[in-house]
Design a protein around this ligand. Structure first.
Ligand code: NAD
Length: 478
């Protein structure tokens, strides 16, 4: 094996491990991207020590100093969008335009938080007591453990690291096992942009081995996690026990409601995007299409035809619209849910395992028809290019079905009526509501996050990110 081995980045030093992991391209299993070191707990301890050591100095740097570094990092990311996009598409399997778009988003996030570093402000109030002023200021939290999933391997690390660093925190990033190279590239760029040693550290390896080290260490002040509900809830529970600040963004089962007055061209286009783009592997993907009975048959016929016309293939091929599923385990999960759909009585359009010129995890998108809300396929997150259709008779039923799951991340409604849009905006139990837009696809300068089982803790992104990455101090000046 001649490919480069990515090392952990701890206190500015590259640290290897006896164990390594092979990073394989899901579009072409013969394409080995490289290898990454697999940390043992002692490497995480060292990373925590390095972050703790760097914190007193970093937290007292000027906002201008931090802003300049983040701005430079943003520029470097944007300059290298093609190279990083190619790496991301090979590593994760989303098609090249989507991968480049994600890299651009990461660059924009660093630029945005370069500005936020300068805008951090407090409040000054008159006290209820004479001769006293009350000042409310925000301080960095300290050392933060960042645990991220594979499906946005550069954007999610960016939207956690950028606010952490902007407000004077130090961090340890533990990326997903499947996508170490994108995270590595990001931390390497931060070093190149002038980030002092130890401020941002990278440890790669198994979450179940390394996560507990971050959770148990008294030198880690907070954890920001994005991933599955099962893991997130375990992390939140442990953080509550040990008294750590925690933020978890987790799964979804997002509804896209299509009402009978919808513009069908708009409805079909946004359903295709919401359900199948990025191979359905977005936490904000719509996996339940809730459709008014009056337009159900027409909508389903058109969507089915357009879905089957989407070219599935190698993420780097220009004609590909849907890349591969990320790995064998996720592919098996998708196929299992298609089998469950059949056993629950749904009719399945598409959903075939596909072979292509290269060996990869290719799956035809699937539409599950004649389903009901109570079925497992409409209650559990599948996380693949699979969407079910639920027919409803009126708006009340549409709202009830949309809200009838334990998740509440993103929800969409497609209608030409302002009154109906307003009603759905009010009644949908979701952190983000999209009117005549896909459920996925968000801005970076506004809050991101969900309700119910989808989220725990304060929102990520935009100005609201400061609620997690800073801690409030109230000073009484007599
Ligand atoms: P996952 O929960 O399996 O893993 C996420 C991260 O947690 C990885 O880095 C993993 O190594 C780590 N981990 C695993 N076990 C751990 C443990 N015991 N302690 C600490 N860390 C541990 O999720 P995944 O398969 O990488 O990602 C897919 C999931 O992420 C989906 O459920 C998706 O909806 C969710 N997601 C949510 C958002 C959001 O913002 N709401 C965004 C993207 C993905």
């Amino acid at each position: 094996m001649t490919e480069a081995v990515l090392h952990h980045i701890v206190g500015g030093t590259f640290v290897g491990s006896a164990q390594t992991r092979i990073n394989q391209n899901p579009s072409d299993l013969s394409d080995i991207i490289g290898q990454s070191a697999e940390a043992d707990p002692s490497v995480v301890q060292d990373a925590i020590g390095a972050a703790r050591h760097a914190f007193p100095t970093w937290s007292r740097t000027t906002p201008q100093f931090r802003s300049d570094i983040l701005d430079r990092a943003g520029s470097l990311i944007l300059d290298r969008r093609m190279e990083l996009g190619l790496l991301l598409a090979r590593e994760e399997g989303k098609i090249l335009p989507e991968a480049i778009g994600e890299v651009v988003r990461a660059g924009q996030i660093f630029k945005f938080f370069a500005g936020e570093a300068l805008r951090l402000h407090g409040e000054l109030l008159a006290s209820i007591r004479a001769g006293v002023d009350v000042e409310i200021s925000r301080e960095p939290v300290g050392v933060i453990g960042l645990i991220t999933p594979w499906n946005f391997p550069i954007a999610i690390p960016a939207w956690k690291m950028a606010p952490a660093l902007a407000f004077g925190n130090c961090c340890i990033l533990k990326p997903a096992e499947l996508t170490p190279a994108s995270a590595y590239a990001l931390v390497a760029i931060l070093r190149e942009a002038g980030l002092p040693d130890g401020v941002a550290n990278l440890v790669m390896g198994r979450g179940s081995d390394l996560g507990p080290v971050l959770l148990e260490s008294p030198d880690v002040d907070a954890i920001s996690f994005t991933g599955s509900v099962a893991v997130g809830r375990g992390i939140a529970a442990r953080c509550a026990q040990v008294g750590k600040r925690v933020q978890c963004e987790m799964g979804g089962k997002n509804p896209q409601v299509i009402l009978d007055d919808a513009d069908l061209d708009v409805a079909v286009a946004l359903a295709l995007n919401s359900a199948f783009f990025s191979t359905g592997q977005r936490c904000t993907a719509a996996s339940r299409l809730i459709v008014s009975a009056a337009i159900h048959d027409t909508f389903v016929d058109r969507l089915g035809c357009e879905m089957l016309a989407l070219h599935v293939g190698n993420a780097l091929a220009p004609q590909t619209r849907i890349g591969p599923v990320v790995d064998a385990r996720q592919l098996q999960q998708d196929l299992d849910y298609i089998a469950i759909a059949r056993s629950e009585g749904a009719d399945v359009v598409g959903g075939a395992r596909l072979s292509r010129e290269t060996e990869g995890f290719f799956l035809q998108p699937a539409l599950l028809l004649n389903t009901t809300s109570a079925m497992r396929i409409n209650q559990e997150e599948i996380f693949g290019p699979i969407a079910s259709v639920i027919r409803v008779d009126d708006d009340d039923e549409a709202v009830a079905v949309a809200n009838g799951v334990r998740f509440g991340l993103s929800a969409g409604v497609c209608t030409t009526s302002l009154a109906r849009a307003r009603r759905f905006k009010r009644d949908l139990e979701a952190g983000m509501v999209m009117v005549n837009l896909p459920t996925a696809g968000v801005d970076y300068h506004v809050p991101f996050g969900g309700r119910k089982a989808s989220s725990i803790g304060p929102r990520e992104q935009g100005t609201h990110a400061r609620d997690f990455y800073t801690i409030t101090k109230t000073t009484y000046l007599g």
